[in-house]
Design a protein around this ligand. Structure first.
Ligand SMILES: [Zn+2]
Length: 118
C-alpha cells in the first residue's frame, strides 16, 4: 500500500508549512501515472493525520491526466496506456508532459488563537 507512505509524506510536508497552525484543508495534485486510489489515500491520510496538525483536515485531490509531449514537433496528447510514440509525426523522442504529479498544491489553516483566551 504505497498510499500509506504517500500519506506520511503529505502530513510531513504540510506540518512544515503549517508552522504550528491547525490545518483545515490540504489540496493535492495527483497524476494518474502515480496509480493512487483516491479513497485509499484519504483513508490513510486520516489515519496518519491523527494527533498531528493535520487531524480532521479535508483532503482535496485534483487528478492530473497523463500526457506525453513529442520533442520533435511539440505535439501533446493524453494517454491511457503509455505508448511512447507520437501519433502526430510518429517520432519516438517523447517525454512525459504530465501525469507524474504528486504534490501539495495548497493548505488552509486556522487563524492563530490567543493563548489563554478560549
Ligand atoms: Zn511529433
Amino acid at each position: 500500500m504505497h498510499e500509506l507512505s504517500l500519506s506520511s509524506a503529505i502530513v510531513n510536508t504540510v506540518a512544515k508549512h503549517a508552522e504550528g497552525r491547525r490545518v483545515t484543508v490540504v489540496e493535492l495534485r495527483v497524476g494518474t501515472l502515480r496509480q493512487v486510489i483516491p479513497d485509499t489515500l484519504e483513508f490513510y491520510f486520516e489515519f496518519v493525520a491523527r494527533g498531528t496538525l493535520c487531524e480532521g483536515a479535508r483532503l482535496k485531490q485534483e487528478v492530473i491526466d497523463a500526457r506525453l509531449r513529442c520533442n520533435g514537433c511539440g505535439h501533446e496528447w493524453e494517454i491511457e496506456i503509455p505508448a511512447f510514440r507520437c501519433p502526430e509525426c510518429a517520432g519516438g523522442d517523447v517525454e512525459i508532459a504530465s501525469g507524474n504529479e504528486f504534490e501539495v498544491e495548497a493548505i488552509e489553516v486556522e487563524e492563530a488563537q490567543c493563548i489563554g483566551q478560549r
